[in-house]
Design a protein around this ligand. Structure first.
Ligand code: PAF
Length: 302
C-alpha cells in the first residue's frame, strides 16, 4: 500500500523533478551571467540552435551535444529575418511548452527562448557575402534566407559563445554557409554536422512534415525513395540524365512538384557536370508536396 502510494507520488512529481533541472532563460543578460560563471568553472558549452517544433532530428543533435559537452543549451527562436515568405513565418508551428518538456526529458541544461527584441534590439542590417555558396539552390529560390540565417546564428554565437554547435545535414547548404560564416568571422566555435534522421519510411524528419496530410505524407516518401534509387543510376547515366530522371519520376506523382534538383560539389556547392568532377558529390532537392516545401539530399560520392 505504502509502496504503491509512493510510486504514484513520485510518478506525479517526475515531470517537475526533471523540469527543475533545466532552466529556461529568456534574456541575453541571463544567458551571459550564467555562462560567464559556468565558463569560469572550466565547463565546456555545447549549443543547438533551433526554431522549435522539435522532433527526433533535433533530438539527435541534442544527444550528441550532451555527450560531448559539460553543458548543453538549446535556443528556440523563430527567426523572422530568414523567412522570405511571410506566410511561412506565420504558419511556422510554435509550442514552447511541448518543446520544453521534450528537452527536459532529453536532459538539456538550458533553453534560451528570447523575444525578437532580445535578439534584434535594433534591425540587423548586416549583409554577408558568401561568394558562390549562396548563389545556388536555396539561395536562388529563397532570396535573403541565408543572410537571415547568418544574422541570427552569429548573434546567438555571440551571446552563448559555445565551444561546439550542432547542425543537421538535412539543411546541407545551411551547414556550408555556417561553416563559411565561422571562417569569415574568425570564430572559435567548432561546427558539428549530424546525419539526416529519417522516418522508417525514409522521409527526412522536418518540422514542416506536421503540415502534410496523411495522404501527402505517403506521397512524400517517394522523395527519399527516388534519391536512394538514383545512386544505382550513377553507373549507367550521366549527371544530367540522373537529374532529369529524378525530377521526372517525382513530378509524375500527383501533389509533388520539384522546385530544383542539383548535383553539386559537396564543399563548394557548385554543379558538377560529370561524376569525376569532384571527390565529394551531393544531390540536393526541394520539392513542393501540395503547398508544403520539403528539402532532402543524398551523398553520391564521399
Ligand atoms: O535550421 C534551423 O532550424 C534554423 O535555420 C537555425 C539554424 C536555428 C537558425 O534560425
Amino acid at each position: 500500500m505504502i509502496v504503491s502510494w509512493l510510486h504514484k507520488y513520485l510518478f506525479a512529481l517526475y515531470p517537475l523533478l526533471i523540469l527543475k533541472k533545466m532552466e529556461v532563460l529568456k534574456t541575453v543578460k541571463e544567458v551571459q551571467d550564467k555562462f560567464i560563471s559556468l565558463r569560469s568553472q572550466g565547463k565546456t558549452i555545447g549549443f543547438v540552435p533551433t526554431m522549435g517544433a522539435l522532433h527526433e532530428g533535433h533530438l539527435s543533435l541534442v544527444k550528441q551535444c550532451i555527450a560531448d559537452n559539460d553543458i548543453c543549451i538549446v535556443s528556440i527562436f523563430v527567426n523572422p529575418t530568414q523567412f522570405n515568405n511571410k506566410e511561412d513565418l506565420v504558419k511556422y508551428p510554435r509550442d514552447l511548452e511541448k518543446d520544453s518538456q521534450y528537452l527536459a526529458e532529453a536532459g538539456v541544461n538550458f533553453i534560451f527562448a528570447p523575444s525578437e527584441k532580445e535578439i534584434y534590439p535594433e534591425p540587423d542590417t548586416r549583409q554577408f557575402d558568401f561568394g558562390q555558396i549562396d548563389k545556388v539552390m536555396e539561395g536562388v529560390h529563397r532570396p535573403g534566407h541565408f543572410n537571415g540565417v547568418a544574422q541570427v546564428v552569429s548573434r546567438l554565437f555571440d551571446i552563448v559563445k559555445p565551444d561546439k554547435a550542432y547542425f543537421g545535414e538535412k539543411d546541407f547548404q545551411q551547414l556550408a554557409i555556417i561553416r563559411e560564416m565561422v571562417k569569415q568571422l574568425n570564430l572559435s566555435v567548432q561546427i558539428v554536422a549530424m546525419p539526416i534522421v529519417r522516418e522508417a519510411s525514409g522521409l527526412a524528419l522536418s518540422s514542416r512534415n506536421e503540415r502534410l496530410t496523411s495522404k501527402q505524407k505517403e506521397v512524400a516518401v517517394n522523395i527519399s525513395k527516388t534519391l536512394f534509387e538514383s545512386k544505382k543510376w550513377m553507373d549507367n547515366l550521366s549527371v544530367k540524365q540522373v537529374i532529369d530522371k529524378v525530377t521526372d519520376t517525382l513530378n509524375s506523382f500527383d501533389e509533388l512538384n520539384v522546385e530544383y534538383y542539383e548535383i553539386a560539389d559537396g564543399y563548394t556547392l557548385q554543379s558538377v557536370k560529370d561524376w569525376k568532377g569532384a571527390n565529394y558529390i551531393v544531390g540536393c532537392i526541394a520539392v513542393f508536396c501540395g503547398d508544403v516545401r520539403l528539402i532532402d539530399n543524398i551523398i553520391y560520392k564521399a
